[in-house]
Structure formats: C-alpha cells, structure tokens
Design a binder for this molecule. Structure first.
Ligand code: IFM
Length: 465
C-alpha cells in the first residue's frame, strides 16, 4: 500500500494521521458517492416534477454564476459509462440518491414509471457489474409540490416521505444493499430553514427545529414501515458531524462549544440512540423548540443497521463569533474549510464512546481544490493527500475500537456544488461540462491503486477492543 502512496509522488501528510494502516478488514466497504440533483441533469425529462432546488436556483443571486442542475453531469443519460468508471476504480459500492420528484412528481399520489425505470436500470447495472447499491432517499431535493403545502415544516410531509420510502423499497429493496432515509438533516433544517442559504430559503429558527424534528420522525416511521413490509436492505441515516472545539480556553468559548455540539451532534444522535432531545439545547431554544407529539420520541429511536457519517472538517466555537479559519493555522480547501483529518478519528471514537452505535460508514469525505486539466491529467495532489489522510484517520479509529464498516469518497464526479454552482470541484473524476468528458484525476488513480493494495493485502489490521 505504501508503494501505491509514494508511487504517485506524494509527500507524507503533515496534518496528523499520517500513517496509512497496512490493510483494512476484508469486509470493509470502499465506495464513491454522488447525489441526484448534483449529477443527473435531465431535470425536465421523462415526467420528472420540479424540486425545491430547481425553484431555488431560479432566484437571482442564489447560486454562483447563476448555475443550476438542469444538465449537471448528464448522468441520467451517461449512467452506464459512470458505472463503468466505478468498475475501473475498483470500488465495491456506489452511494447515490433518488430524485423524489423524478419517481413521484408531486411527492404524493401517482408514480412516474419512467423515473422508476431509470433507477431500476441503474441498480441492475450496478449488480451486473458486481457493485453494491447504497440508495439515499432524501438528499435535499424535496418535490416542489410538497413545499407548496409547507414542506418539511408540515407534519403531513412525514407521511408522504414514508409512502415514498415504501414505494422505493417495494421496487428496489430486493436489490439495494443499503437504504439511507435522509442525508444531513442538519443541513436541510439549518441552512434550508434557519439561515436561508439553501433551498427552500426560509429564515426561522422555530421552522428549522420543526423541520429537524419531522426529518427524524419520518426517518423512524420509514424504518418501521420498511421493516414491516419485509425490506431486506440494511437501513440507516446519514449525519454531517464534526468535533466542535472551543476557539480559546475561556469558559465562554467552552460553553459555546457545548451548545454548538448540542445543535450539530447531540440534537440528532440523542433522539436516534437515546430517545430524547438534549435538555440544554431545548432550554436554549425556549419557544423555538419543536412541537413533539406523544410517541414521536419512541418512533424516532429505531434500531439502525448502519450509521453514515459525512465528515469534511472540524467546527470551532467562539462565544463572540469572532473566530475565523485564518486563526486556525491549518491548510484550507477551496471551500475555505480547514483540513483536519485527526478530527475524524476524534469524532468516530467519541460517537462509539457515547452511543450504542451500529457499524459506522464514512458516507462522504473529500475536498474541493482548484484543479487544472492539462494534457489529459489533473495533478490534484491536495485532494489525494486529503483523501489519504482521512482514510488513515478512519484506520486509526478502527484500530482504537470504533466499529467502522466503510468509507466513500465525495465525490465520484465533479458536480453541482449547491450554492457554489460548478465553480467548486469535489470529484476524483474531472468533468468537462462543455463536452461531458470524464477524466480520472490523479486522486482517482491513487484511490484505484490503494484499493488494489487492499484487495491484495494479506492481513487486516486488528480491530481494537
Ligand atoms: O456536495 C455536498 C453534498 O451534497 C452533501 N455533503 C457535503 C458535500 C460538499 O459540500
């Protein structure tokens, strides 16, 4: 494995977690991830209904360069070629999401046969290539028709989501290895409804907390419903989590870090695993706390077959809000996010310590960097180092006892990075948006070489106690 690492001319990584383990367990699942709105395109084709991101992109100034997902990577038409790329890379699994409004244009009622057929063809294409399918039901693109009725602030959307989950599982549950209910509920609640930076662009803390509650509730009720209908896929949820560190050792910053951790980590982990919301956050919310009906907390706490963690950076808390990444002294990605692989080890060990977690999968990890396509190559040393150092951080967590089951790079392809449009590239495969040509970046070549060493490795690293 080391040969693969150094063979691509990489320096050792200076931000901690530098030693890549000899080998991960043979059943450790390596993959790549994408989401529907970010890659599919074909937004108006074959009966797809509009989603809240189609609508949000139409707002002047909402998205960099006025971009939108109407064409994106044209994956809707090029899915077979993209699946072949995965085979070339040697990954075992593909994490994708379903565009709800492609399969059920109004978010309720009639199903769109052409949309369902698309996902069925793709899942069958994965299986034919020996790849596992990891299907996410909700990666932010709520059907606009449901938003017109109040969206996730309305309790009725919970039941619409359960119906949608049941429909997808009835069609594909016999072939999909993993089903994730929601991707990053914190983002949908907070960025979508409190700060208004993401679709649907609301600005109300009370609305955001009600949305968070409804997402968690719909997750729990969907798991109950899928198990009742005999779905055999492994069932879970994906959270975006970070360790929250105080900016200084002042008591005020420590208190802020505790609150931020409550809002980002414990608000989601506590109900999933302990059946309650964190009392300190409820106290802080006061009148903005969500309405919780009888039995909701029990409904939300369903056994999870896996827990997905999306990790990109740490979070730093300062009571006066003055902290800036420039003070951290760490390298930054093109998103302006600190590159901090040891935070992933810290996070995974903390989750394993504080909660009765099931096998955990890093369902997203990767970086945006300013890539240059030159002579058919993209020498993305920064991204390669980013991925290698975070894989090492997962290996360290595994060695110290965290129940790690998989790792997926975000993202297979350069794609529509939400409000950043196409300006930020996360892919290990470069996409020329004018021609839709795909080119493996050096990070993809490194990942391929790394995965080959894992397949050939004679001995797995020992799991901790
Ligand atoms: O592109 C997103 C993805 O949709 C959700 N997780 C974070 C990624 C990078 O911002």
């Amino acid at each position: 494995m080391r040969a693969g690492f150094h063979g691509l001319g990489l320096r050792r990584i200076g931000t901690g977690a530098a030693t890549l383990p000899q080998a991960f367990p043979p059943d450790f699942v390596w993959g790549v991830a994408t989401s529907a709105y970010q890659i599919e395109g074909a937004a108006d084709q074959d009966g797809r209904g509009p989603s809240i991101w189609d609508r949000f992109c139409q707002q002047p100034g909402a998205i960099a360069d006025g971009d939108d997902g109407r064409v994106a990577c044209d994956h809707y038409h090029r899915w077979a070629q993209d699946l072949d790329l995965m085979v070339d890379l040697g990954v075992a699994a593909y994490r994708f999401s379903v565009s709800w409004s492609r399969v059920q244009p109004a978010g309720a009622g009639a199903w769109n046969a052409a949309g369902m057929d698309f996902y069925e063809r793709m899942v069958d294409g994965l299986l034919a290539r020996g790849l596992k399918a990891a299907m996410t039901l909700n990666h932010w693109d709520l059907p606009q028709a449901l938003q017109d009725r109040g969206g996730w602030t309305e309790r009725d959307t919970v039941h619409r989501f359960v119906d949608y989950a049941q429909g997808m599982a009835a069609r594909l549950g016999d072939r999909v290895a993993w089903i994730t209910t929601h991707n990053e509920p914190w983002v949908m609640a907070t960025l979508g409804h409190e700060t208004g930076h993401f679709a649907p662009g609301q600005r109300s803390r009370a609305a955001a907390m009600q949305v968070a509650h409804h997402l968690l509730l719909s997750h729990g009720l969907a798991l109950q419903a899928l198990r009742a209908q005999g779905c055999r896929s492994a069932l879970g949820i994906v959270l975006n989590l970070s360790p929250v560190e105080p900016a200084t050792d002042s008591a005020a910053d420590a208190a802020q870090a505790r609150l931020d951790d409550g809002r980002l980590v414990r608000w989601y982990m506590d109900p999933l695993f302990s059946g309650c919301y964190p009392q300190d956050v409820l106290d802080w919310l006061g009148a903005d706390a969500p309405h919780v009906a009888a039995d909701d907390m029990d409904s939300m706490r369903q056994p999870l077959d896996f827990l997905g963690i999306n990790y990109y950076s740490r979070s730093v808390a300062s009571a006066d809000g003055s902290w800036n990444v420039a003070q951290g002294g760490l390298p930054l990605s093109a998103m302006g996010w600190e590159i901090y692989p040891q935070g992933l080890t810290t996070l995974l060990l903390r989750l394993a310590r504080d909660y009765a977690v099931p096998p955990m999968v890093v369902t997203e990890n990767g970086g945006a960097f300013p890539d240059q396509l030159q002579g058919g190559r993209v020498h993305d040393v920064d991204r390669t180092q980013y991925i290698a150092s975070h894989i090492a951080a997962v290996g360290e967590a595994l060695r110290l006892g965290a129940p790690m089951a998989g790792y997926m790079v975000w993202s297979l392809l350069d794609n529509f990075e939400w409000t950043s449009g196409y300006a930020k590239r996360f892919g290990i495969v470069h996409v020329d948006y004018a021609t839709q040509q795909r080119t493996l970046k050096d990070s993809a070549l490194w990942y391929r070489a790394f995965l080959k060493t894992q397949r050939e490795a004679p001995a797995a690293i020992a799991r901790g106690n």
